[in-house]
Design a protein around this ligand. Sequence first.
Ligand code: ADP
Ligand code: MG
Length: 646
Amino acid sequence: MTQSSVIRILPEAVANKIAAGEVVERPASVVKESMENSLDAGAERVEVSVEAGGKRRITITDDGCGMSHDDALLAFERHATSKIRTAEDLFEISTLGFRGEALPSIAAVSRLELETRHASEDAGTRIEIAGGKLRDVKEVAWPQGTRIDVHDLFFNTPGRRKFLKSESTELGHIATLVTHYALAHPEKSFRLTSLTNEILNVSPVATARERVYQVMGGQLLEQMVEVAPAVRRMPAPSYAGFEEEAEDAGPVMVRVFGFVSRPEVQKLNRNQIYFFVNRRLVRDRLILHAITEAYRNILPSGIFPVALIFLEIPAAEVDVNVHPSKTEVRFRRSQFVHDLVRDSVRQSLVAARPVAAFPLGKSQKRPATDLLEAEASERLSDEPPGLKGPEIPGPSRPPQRRDDYHLSSPRPAPETGRLPLDGALSVYTPPAVTAQQGASLEAEVPRPAGVSELPADLVPLGQVQESFIVATNAEGLWIVDQHAAHERVLFEQHVRQRRERKVEGQRLLMPIVVELKPEQQAVYHEIAGELGANGFEVEPFGQRTVAVKSAPAEIRADDVERLLLEILDSVGQEAKSLSLDDLRLKIAASVSCHAAIKINMRLEQSKMVWLLRALGDSQAPMTCPHGRPIVLRYRMKELQKAFKRI
Ligand code: ADP
Ligand code: MG
């Protein structure tokens, strides 16, 4: 080595600390890595206990295969793993772990004790490590399996320690993590306890549905639609490179199933969307996109559902070696996976009953039901705020929001003689129309035959304040927002006509001269052609003004100016990123909103009958193009309950 040589190989201890920085971000990361090891070891039962949100102590005990004395020592070496042998193995990883980094990383930043015994040995092994230094190894009596006990996480990295959040927040992350691993492995037992509480305790069950029920309770299940398992054969890759491999491999099957929320569940962020690839919890933009697409025109943009999606795909089709925390994946045929998820979710939503029941607004909750809720959430966390903003550890984690959905929050039955109407109607205030809100109706999955989304036998009884149609049938009481219902009918009609190039414009008696602001003018020039195809005839007229000579047939003359400006403004914010499809839907949404019957409008009986019929025939009678609910249903049973008859 010459004098000018400045590069050196870092000592093992330093390298481990660096790796720990990526692998161990917070207490939940320790839980994640250890649970993965337990599951990889074939454990049937995994128990996690934590103190002080995991900051003081985390213990994970399993009944897996355990380790021999020599393996236990080796496991703490960097890149020591029993799960892969060669670089080729990286292309087909069937275990949760494979990098051989977790144990040395955790050991580098904590005081750790490990007890383990492999079936092939009589005695167990106990290892003690602090800050990456081996302190003690001895023989102990130990049943088969492994226990890892992590004290004082980040005791030697104060910088990291400072970034930890409150105990309840850290516990929330851990609870979310254990909950979701439990969801992915219904055939195993999981238990999570804090010093004062049992947060989760689930025994083996046969189906994912039963596990969702165990973990989240019946109320959440009621708000969810099951995505029925769909198995699809992957098409052969069309690009070069993979072709020879694919030929001998035979058909590649992919399976998707899970649970997604009904349209009335509306979250302000994506934190409740969970996605598992071969039972590994991952964050994936592609899948997020697929889910957003599935909800297009069902939820407005900026509003998100709750979703648990499980994807089973041959290991060779997915690369999990993307990030040290293994929370990201790459699919070999990503478009296929994307479309499969989108179509499966969409299909389940369309097939599910369309109607919103009476969701209760927060303000409606009475003390008794709050208690109920507290009790239910206790099962997930001993400090409910800790569950706000659940997410998996990872650098791409979205910012935490306080407006989160409570996984276990029950929907209480009404307790007084008052129907919780205002709660139901204030569920959601729509934001401005944006690109995401329309659905490509061409892409709409055909409705399965025989599923009548809105019953055809509804008899309208009258209107509430000339705004909401009240109807009944054998099922119970129905309330329909007349404006939103008509808007939905017109929207679909307009999209259909546009597709068939049959939108009719109506000549105005007198051209309407509209003054445009510069940005509106710019947008106008960009979308003039599309406006023309939507029944508008607009011509430049002077420097900053246009003359509207025709408008879509259903629009009243005195509403034309407002409609045009609204379209220009709504498109203006995102003119550049808007696809033609999105633009068309946006225009259709604006036109139908302006053309629809308004609230505070008296309707003849025959008109109400017509509207309910037309709504029933539409593809998505449950939500208006802006994402608001259209129909509320109050079941007979709920009425009887409210009147204390049952
Ligand atoms: P990886 O999981 O990527 O292989 P780890 O550092 O997490 O790396 O673990 C190293 C090795 O230690 C594993 O490959 C496994 O053989 C062994 N091991 C870790 N935890 C357990 C456990 N709970 N039960 C049995 N073996 C374990
Ligand atoms: Mg591991």
